[in-house]
Write a protein that binds this ligand. Sequence first.
Ligand SMILES: C[S@@+](CC[C@H](N)C(=O)[O-])C[C@H]1O[C@@H](n2cnc3c(N)ncnc32)[C@H](O)[C@@H]1O
Length: 293
Amino acid sequence: MSGPLMLAHLLLERQSRRPELPRIPEPALVMDDLAQNAAFALAGREDGSLAFLYLYHALQITPLLCPGDQVLDLGCGPANQLAQIARLNPEARFTGLDASRQMLERAEETVARCQLANIALQAGDMTTLNGFADAAFDGVISTMSLHHLPDFAALAAAMRAAQRVLKPGGSLYLVDFGRFKRAATQRFFAADRSDNQPEALRRDYFNSMQAAFSVAELRQATAVFGGGIACYTTALAPFMVVIKSSERRSPDDAVRQTGRAMYAQMSAALQKDFRLYTRWFQSGGLTLPFRLY
Ligand SMILES: C[S@@+](CC[C@H](N)C(=O)[O-])C[C@H]1O[C@@H](n2cnc3c(N)ncnc32)[C@H](O)[C@@H]1O
């Protein structure tokens, strides 16, 4: 992430009196494009360009989960994010759900590569969650998948389905892009992350920002969960939006050590991105659950 130029775009977003840009749904709602999926899966690996973002959200999710929890991940994709969460929470069990068979094959590769025994994968549609019993899960999470839904009605249906399968008082963590007001900001962020990246990833990134729901839409759809959830955005403009329930435990020493080891394993450039991203969310009110560095 490049600091000064990014700040300039964020200030322009903040000052703009325009409404958010119109939403343009993803060209591929369910991700079935081989090249795009391969680029996305590579970027999400521990050494990929998205690794800092995945570690950040894995750390945020950890205090929401307890040993023995059953957790559902809506739109797990290649399971790079899910693998980091599962590594930090070895005593919780995760079900990664995706509508794309191809993505689930990538996810199987990730689970095998990371040697994780606490992830099961399942094909399914997050807007219905057919086949899952009411109150079947202690936690529902979703990372960067909601913008793949075709419209607000589908988002609302997915949130109703998630509320149905979540136990009363269960944990919720949703993160996704937010919609900007300026196309220039969208172009900037797509280009900013595209250095040394395949063109498929830059396109994917740009499409994602265009397809992002607005903060108001995300708040409206998640109102179904009632009180007890909070909404945070990156400061100045909603590059990312997090909607989460309250923490259920303080991370123990084992979790802290694993988190620090995961941070230490990242390259210096990814660590820098991680610190910037952490400060950006912190200025929006969301702090890390424990010190990493
Ligand atoms: C951008 S990927 C995010 C993957 C992963 N959560 C991550 O953070 O890397 C979005 C995923 O949502 C899946 N998806 C789209 N619509 C879906 C639906 N209705 N039900 C389940 N999965 C869906 C896509 O196939 C894709 O794998």
